[in-house]
Design a protein around this ligand. Structure first.
Ligand SMILES: Cc1cc2nc3c(=O)[nH]c(=O)nc-3n(C[C@H](O)[C@H](O)[C@H](O)COP(=O)(O)OP(=O)(O)OC[C@H]3O[C@@H](n4cnc5c(N)ncnc54)[C@H](O)[C@@H]3O)c2cc1C
Ligand code: FES
Length: 340
């Protein structure tokens, strides 16, 4: 039997039928067609890309995912980011123009160029692709690695360029399938596939508000990209401040690294916050959880800023609650990616 190379996916209550390549997820296929659809994690974690399958057949990458309850499954609901059409389909999926991609995601082959150890378990991986690297500061890619089942999401820490350079800061996950390959020594010999860009939590092109970047753990990469994006557009009004939460002093990226960001002065603009300082370390900087620190230290006029957040979901959610509920920051000034 001859296999179709693409499936036609009709979206109910719209005039739209989108061509989704064989093997592609519904979410990627729809975004590649330039159509906006709500999503966040691209990994089955957040549930924002939920849809109902009305006709046809799909295969889901994961049997269980945090974004989908058993009751959803009984109602023929799936997550567009992890389901792949197996036939022409009709789906009921909410569209949203806010998510219309400025650069629809594309796949490109890349090879590892170099690695820099930023901390004991956070390394910056730099890849070179054959085509250009087109994305907005703060966006992320889906990286497919040799021998690893399914792609993994990682945010770029550099900015767009025609030379095809991609940088990712990746935190080693103990026992993680992708981590084993990335932190092993065979990656230089094999190509990876970069599928990018994704996310609407990117640097806002038309905002002239002061910028506050808040990151925890591996959430640093998109903030570095945003800081580089601000430097590139020579935006002095942004005057960004970066708050970065880590568990111990050993988990912090040194100030020297931030000195590579043009115009960024780590002594004045970088606030590291440590939640569990080691007894052996003489940590004299900010202590506690990021949202607790911000509660005490964010200035009263905090609702005048543009906020960018990335990192573990509990941290991002706690900071969102602080800003929106306690400080009255309008939700449209918060741009966040939770790293499920
Ligand atoms: C939007 C976003 C941006 C992120 N950016 C960064 C970053 O910049 N730096 C960073 O260090 N981390 C980032 N992360 C977290 C990172 O994606 C995870 O830590 C990473 O997936 C760990 O992969 P692993 O294989 O090492 O670990 P594992 O624990 O083995 O796998 C992690 C996850 O991969 C998914 N997965 C497993 N198998 C499959 C499959 N067959 N198909 C599809 N998915 C599968 C599952 O969701 C699983 O929970 C980001 C996450 C998100 C959602
Ligand atoms: S579950 Fe699909 S985008 Fe998060």
């Amino acid at each position: 039997m001859k296999h179709s190379t693409a499936y036609q996916v009709a979206i109910a209550n719209s005039e739209l039928t989108v061509k989704v390549d064989h093997g592609d997820t519904l979410l990627s296929g729809i975004l590649r067609a330039g159509v906006g659809v709500p999503y966040e994690c691209n990994a089955g974690g957040c549930g924002s890309c939920k849809y109902t399958l009305l006709e046809g057949e799909v295969a889901d990458d994961l049997e269980e995912s945090a974004g989908l309850r058993a009751s959803d499954k009984r109602k023929h609901k799936h997550l567009a980011c992890i389901s792949r059409p197996r036939s022409d389909c009709k789906i009921d999926l909410k569209l949203d123009a806010e998510y219309t991609p400025k650069n629809p995601p594309q796949k490109t082959e890349a090879v590892l160029h170099s690695v820099e150890e930023l901390t004991h378990d956070l390394w910056e991986f730099r890849f070179d692709s054959t085509g250009p690297a087109h994305f907005l500061p703060g966006q992320y890619a889906k990286l497919s690695l040799p021998g690893v089942d399914g792609p993994r999401s990682y945010s770029m820490s550099n900015i767009a360029n025609e030379e095809g350079r991609w940088a990712f800061q990746i935190k080693r996950v103990k026992g993680g399938e992708a981590s084993e390959v990335l932190f092993g020594d065979s990656l230089y010999e094999q190509a990876v596939t970069i599928d990018a860009p994704y996310s609407i939590a990117h640097l806002q092109p038309h905002s002239d508000r002061p910028v506050i970047c808040i990151a925890g753990g591996s959430g640093l990469a998109p903030m570095v990209s945003i800081l580089r994006g601000i430097a590139q557009r020579d935006d002095t009004a942004a005057n960004p401040i970066l708050y970065y939460g880590a568990r111990t002093g050993m988990d912090l990226v040194t100030k020297t690294y931030f000195e590579t960001i043009p115009g960024f002065c780590p002594d004045d603009q970088y606030v590291p916050i440590v939640s569990e300082p080691d007894k052996s370390e003489s940590w004299s900087g900010a202590k506690g959880l990021v949202h607790d620190f911000l509660k005490e230290n964010l200035k009263d006029h905090s609702n005048e800023n543009e906020y960018y957040l990335a990192g573990p979901p509990p941290m991002v959610d706690a900071v969102r609650r602080l800003l929106v509920l306690d400080r009255g920051v309008p939700v449209e000034r918060l741009h966040y990616d939770r790293f499920f």
